[in-house]
Write a new protein. Sequence first.
Length: 62
Amino acid sequence: MEKKLTRSNDRVLAGVCAGLAEYFDFDPVLVRVAYAFLTFFTAFSGVLLYFVLWIVMPERKF
C-alpha cells in the first residue's frame, strides 16, 4: 500500500499535525505538542510553516 501525506480527518485546526503523525506512525498528540514546543520556544517559524502545509497538503478523500 502506497503511503501519501495528506491532512487528517482527526483535526484540531486543519489536520496538518495529525496527517504528519499518521504518515510517520506517531501519536498525533505527541506531534502536536512537539510542534507547539518548537514554535513557541525556538526561532522556528511554525505558524508560517503550518499555513503553508495547510495549503500544500491535500485533504484525505474517503
